[in-house]
Design a protein around this ligand. Sequence first.
Ligand code: PLP
Length: 397
Amino acid sequence: MARRIYLDHNATTPLDPRVLEAMLPFLGTECGNPASRQHAFGWSARAAVEEARERCAAAFRVGSDEIVFTSGATESINIALFGLARARPSVGRHIVSTRSEHRAVLDVLDALAFEGFEVTLLPVDDAARLDPIFLEKALRPDTVLVSVIFANNEVGSINPIGRVGSICRDRGVPLHVDATQVAGRIDIDMPALGIDLLSASAHKFHGPKGVGFLAARGLGRGLRLEPLMRGGGHERGLRPGTLNVPGIVGLAEALRIGLEEREEECRRVAALRDRLHDELVERLPGLRLNGHPVERLPGNLNLSFAGIDAESLLAGLTDVAASTGSACSSAALKPSHVLEAMGLPRERIRSSVRFGLGRGTTADEIDYAVQRIVEETRRLRRISPAWEALQGDFAKP
Ligand code: PLP
């Protein structure tokens, strides 16, 4: 079979075999519904879910009654943003977020704007990061919530969440953080960082797809969320419906492994990412890094290849899986709103490719990917009038 190298870990990650092992009993004999209180199958499922909840809560330093299991970050974000905005009519109808959020946040904010909320989207710098000064200036007495992405899914830049959290805390505005690209990879102490609500998906940290969680500090005490769905009252009435027991067990195991191994994995993956970057830059003129050079996810490398179209490069790289930005905006074939918010010119946006490295990536795979990317780039540039016109700018001395 032809070789296939997976460098799209920002879109999703392969299931860790240890996670699968933990899930297997709950896909087979342990078939109970955690809501069934009359028999041992139900008790066993409930115990597994509650253990997973404890683990998840401890990881983010919240109480276990502050964890809501969901189908993933998109659902968590919907529950958090609609829930919070609609629950605070006496405070006001103003929401603050940024221009480099994932569509899962921006689309909810569009819907809230349609309902009559006023949404301020703060500008970001040329690395897609928020300057907290803008946040400080944007907050008003009628601001009901702030939502900021922890690390950007396209260019990997990490926001100064501690500063954002302390500003929100000082002004008494609840902060939601989309931590989908960092949960299970870095230690997140929600109270210390001033994060009130946090959304994540297990499949981004080597867990199963279709399961995630919302961590909501003060849920049922100071914090009230208006439910989006009605049903059997599961998950404190915020996410009714029978729980995805194997998924939740897998999520907790993936979280345990991710956090236990994070330092070593982060070092290893960042070294491979730097190798990919350095080798490509050494062999190909006209490459530009998109995103922050230092404050960035260890596995993310977003590069512009001057003179060529990223879609053509990816089409030629049949054996190396990478992408143009986020999975959803690449499906929509629209220019990336994140790269636009960074102020990049159209040609540079069109030539940008995201490589995402992860737990299974090896040095051998990186060397192979370098060779293939160099071959394809050179092939495309030979037939590119745009590259021909740019040649002088990038000629090596
Ligand atoms: N937020 C960010 C930053 C993401 O990267 C993603 C997935 O690409 C999401 C939200 C949505 O996650 P899911 O599709 O698992 O709901």
